[in-house]
Design a protein around this ligand. Structure first.
Ligand SMILES: Cc1cc2nc3c(=O)[nH]c(=O)nc-3n(C[C@H](O)[C@H](O)[C@H](O)COP(=O)(O)OP(=O)(O)OC[C@H]3O[C@@H](n4cnc5c(N)ncnc54)[C@H](O)[C@@H]3O)c2cc1C
Length: 344
């Protein structure tokens, strides 16, 4: 008789892991604090090896049926410079989190998984319980706070399937998603000692008047119900082996969102955890052996890209380096490929 596994967190990592375990007939219970469908702060741009995990679990078809859009080109912008649209070395998949999380939850239930939504898990994490609770909150680091904003819009003419607009305050990604909408999602930093009137979300997302970002957003129609915000982001890379619990997704570590690889890491880490957890469930491994096996595989898969992503984000957020970065990305194919491939 297989032992049951409890997953705390029904986001992408928790649901993907639950689906994979149910496909192997392991009994699974997921606790989710929120409900479905729900909007999340996310660029909604799935890029990288997580697509292979989705295909392995047969979930790529599900995303396709839900209207996922393929992104094949990207362009970078500052207030004064832009790259021409450039082909992405490999295509990304764009789907709203409103749809994505809900279809995965439905699939998990269809496979016989038990999902308790709208209820926060407050118990202790022990044997048989996996943490998929998302990012570890961090209020500030070195006097800087990170926060994210997102909203869907229509009537936006994009030059590429993905546009990244960088400024001194952060960056905003625009990408075409299902239903003919465009997702507008930004990551911003704020000094803890910053003075002056608080900015509202429109001012933050719109960017500087006269910039290409401002031009696009000023004539857009927004779906106000899709607006969401989060704060307390921790972007310092962490290792899975240092965690005392079995963790998947952002519960291990967050990768800078500019890479569009966080969801991929959620799918990949869940994919790597399936076989060891199924083995534990059937008595083949102890809980600590299972934790170590999953953590080592995750660290081996993610360490390099986390290091590269940290540098990419640093460069992109240094105003003096933004225009040289754009010039290099516009004219140097090797640099374009390298920056893309090493961060996923
Ligand atoms: C601004 C921004 C832009 C981003 N853009 C992109 C992008 O374009 N592409 C990309 O790939 N990634 C992007 N990401 C990252 C991506 O959103 C995350 O990596 C991904 O959501 C991680 O999935 P997860 O399942 O680990 O966590 P989550 O999706 O956060 O899920 C965790 C779940 O756990 C639940 N939970 C937490 N605590 C409890 C509890 N005690 N009991 C029950 N439930 C609990 C939460 O309600 C939540 O549903 C972005 C992130 C930010 C901040």
């Amino acid at each position: 008789m297989a032992q049951s596994i409890t997953i705390v967190g029904g986001g992408l990592a928790g649901l993907t892991l639950g689906i994979g375990l149910r496909q192997l007939d392991v009994p699974v219970l997921i606790h989710e604090a929120g409900t479905y469908p729900r909007h999340r702060v996310c660029g909604e741009f799935i890029s990288g090896r997580g697509q292979t995990t989705l295909a392995r679990l047969g979930l790529d078809v599900l995303l396709g049926r839900a209207g996922a859009v393929s992104a094949k080109t990207a362009a970078f912008f500052t207030a004064t410079k832009a790259t021409a649209p450039r082909p992405l070395p490999s295509a990304a998949i764009c789907l709203s989190r409103f749809t994505l999380d809900a279809i995965l939850a439905e699939k998990f239930r269809e496979l016989g998984g038990e999902l308790i939504a709208d209820q926060r898990f407050v118990g202790n994490f022990g044997e048989g319980i996996v943490r998929a609770t998302g990012r570890h909150a961090q209020t500030e680091k070195n006097g800087v706070r990170w926060f994210g904003l997102k909203i869907h819009g229509r009537n936006l003419a994009l030059a590429a399937d993905l546009e990244m607009h960088v400024s001194a305050q952060g960056y905003v990604g625009l990408c075409k998603i299902n239903g003919g909408e465009v997702n507008i999602c930004g990551l911003f930093r704020k000094q803890t000692n910053e003075t002056g009137p608080p900015k509202n979300w429109r001012e933050r997302l719109y960017g500087q008047p006269g910039s290409p970002l401002h031009e696009r957003l000023v004539s857009a129609e927004f779906d106000e119900g899709s607006f969401c915000a989060i704060a307390g982001l921790s972007l310092q890379p962490q290792r899975a082996i240092a965690r005392t619990e079995i963790c998947v997704g952002d519960a291990i570590t967050m990768i800078p969102p500019v890479t569009g690889n966080g969801m991929s890491m959620a799918f990949e880490s869940a994919g790597l955890a399936i076989a060891p957890l199924a083995d534990w469930s059937r008595g083949g491994l102890t809980w600590d052996e299972t934790r170590q096996k999953i953590a080592r595989q995750c660290d081996a898969a993610f360490a390099r890209r986390l290091a590269w992503a940290k540098w990419l984000q640093r460069i992109l957020l240094k105003p003096a380096l933004q225009n040289p970065f754009i010039a290099l990305a516009a004219h140097n194919n090797k640099f374009w490929r390298l920056a893309f491939e090493h961060t996923r």
